[in-house]
Design a protein around this ligand. Structure first.
Ligand code: B12
Length: 132
């Protein structure tokens, strides 16, 4: 892989903060075509950028609008990447991933669903969840 993780992540974050959806998509697709695995893009680029957006928001350096746009752009790009996600041919049962009532954060749950669907060795293990 020739793409530098830190450079990619900071360029992607700059795209989010400047609302450059097309540039962000092109950047991520180029990284993918250069061999950056989708599941690594999720964690190294999307997760790190959204965590940084959370920090910027918490310290009043960006507003809610930028936070929303960063999420929307990331969800748009995840939807584009999904078609290239290699699916595991092995059935590992069925899992329902959802949030509790009132939980609006959905990107992490989307990522987990995709990662579980992907052919990522070693198999991911989920702890049991109990609902009352
Ligand atoms: C975008 C965002 C929003 C958006 C969400 C939009 C959407 N469609 O998802 C909106 C604007 C709605 C929002 C609202 C709020 N938010 Co908010 N939000 C964020 C932000 C910036 C990014 C979230 C994100 O997508 N992260 C990236 C994903 C990939 O990371 P993740 O969620 O951690 O997921 C990973 C793991 O946790 C895990 N995981 C997650 N889910 C699951 C499920 C399973 C089954 C498994 C196995 C693993 C797993 O795997 C993922 C991949 O590694 C975070 C910052 C942050 N640190 O995350 C704040 C943040 C989470 N929000 C925060 C707050 C305070 C709020 C509000 C209360 C603000 C308010 N006053 O209204 C509301 C609450 C809304 C609600 N009732 O749910 C705080 C939470 C603080 C805390 N300690 O609880 C954060 C940390 C911001 C901050 N720095 O203060 N938010």
């Amino acid at each position: 892989m020739t793409v530098d993780k830190t450079v990619l992540q900071s360029a992607y974050l700059a795209d989010l903060l400047s609302l450059r959806r097309g540039a962000a998509l092109d950047r991520v697709m180029d990284a993918f075509r250069s061999g950056y695995a989708i599941t690594d893009i999720y964690l190294d680029v999307f997760q790190e950028s959204l965590y940084e957006i959370g920090r910027l928001w918490e310290t009043n350096r960006i507003g809610v609008a930028e936070e929303h746009m960063g999420t929307a752009i990331t969800q748009f790009i995840m939807a584009n990447l999904y078609q290239y996600l290699e699916k595991s041919g092995v059935s590992r049962g069925r899992l329902v991933v959802t949030g509790i009532e009132g939980e609006l954060h959905q990107v992490g749950a989307n990522m987990i669903s995709d990662i579980l669907e992907a052919d990522v060795p070693p198999p991911v293990m989920c702890s049991p969840v109990s609902w009352s």
